[in-house]
Design a protein around this ligand. Structure first.
Ligand SMILES: CC(C)(COP(=O)(O)OP(=O)(O)OC[C@H]1O[C@@H](n2cnc3c(N)ncnc32)[C@H](O)[C@@H]1OP(=O)(O)O)[C@@H](O)C(=O)NCCC(=O)NCCS
Length: 203
């Protein structure tokens, strides 16, 4: 897949993982996209950023680089591990104390999705707000699909909530097919959305 060229001549390159010193950039990028969801578990921004920074498993993501800057990130989960798999009760307890760690784990369990055999599960995709709608997200998603194929997976799966129709349009445009929708209107007051649809790309 060829890199994407911007009008200023700088190109976007997709690579697997990022360097240790880019953990803070990755945490900010992820938080920019998932703040609403993550703040249910970690209301304070500095705590959220620290937890993300310390718990990411960089080998379970593809990133978009513009020069030295990380501008897009697509985390995934496979039977070997997951991008956010470092968020455990044990690691949270060390930072938050028992009660807040327990609370965070319970909240995060609402969003936890299990993996079925042969699947690569997309664990969250985020593009730097200033670079959205310029094709970076599509490039990342195409690379995730190609990566899934080379790793011998049978499908790439992701979930999208009903309050994000634009992201759903993007996934469908790229060939992801809606499979099922789970409704949980009774949790809308807490989650901010009332349904999530699973989409799949068969490889
Ligand atoms: C969704 C996202 C990764 C797409 O990346 P991108 O680089 O903007 O994607 P592309 O430029 O390849 O495609 C743009 C399409 O993405 C969709 N899109 C979804 N959310 C968007 C957003 N916040 N801003 C712009 N486009 C968005 C639109 O359908 C858009 O198509 P359009 O320009 O024809 O309206 C990015 O917008 C993002 O980080 N959004 C916030 C986090 C998020 O919603 N993640 C997905 C959770 S399931």
């Amino acid at each position: 897949m060829s890199p994407m060229l911007f009008s200023d001549g700088r190109s976007i390159k997709i690579q697997r993982g990022f360097a240790e010193e880019q953990r803070a950039q990755a945490a900010r990028l992820f938080d920019a996209a998932f703040e609403a969801k993550l703040s249910l578990a970690f209301p304070q921004k500095h705590v959220r950023l620290a937890v993300l920074r310390e718990s990411f498993n960089p080998e379970f993501c593809l990133v978009a680089m513009r020069g030295p800057r990380l501008v897009g990130i697509a985390g995934f989960k496979t039977p070997e591990g997951s991008f956010t798999g470092g968020i455990t009760f044990k690691t949270l307890r060390a930072r938050l104390g028992v009660l807040d760690a327990l609370r965070a784990i319970v909240v995060l369990s609402i969003f936890e999705r299990s993996l079925t055999s042969g699947e690569l599960l997309l664990d969250g995709i985020s593009v730097s707000p200033r670079l959205r709608s310029q094709g970076v997200g599509s490039l990342l998603l195409r690379h995730v699909v190609a990566f899934g194929q080379t790793q011998g997976h049978k499908s790439v799966r992701l979930d999208v909530v009903d309050t994000n129709p634009a992201a759903r349009r993007l996934y469908e445009r790229l060939g992801f097919v809606p499979k099922r929708t789970v409704r949980f209107g009774y949790l809308r007051w807490l989650l901010g959305f009332s349904a999530a649809t699973t989409l799949e790309f068969s490889l």
